[in-house]
Design a protein. Sequence first.
Length: 73
Amino acid sequence: MKSLDLHNILHKDVEREVLQFINWEEPPFKIITGKSDKMREIVQKILQKRNLHWIDENFSNYGCLVVLESNFP
């Protein structure tokens, strides 16, 4: 599964990085946000605008979102 690691990316640059990634990749894919609540919030807002559905990778890894599909009801 393809992934985008946002470690060492500034909050102000996250939208550009995420959009570049999701414009070329089909779900499923991972976006690694780290444990920053602000980073997760930014990424989740972008995914919502694009009608993408995600889950946390697992209960022990809060820092990774797995994008499952688009146009989720």
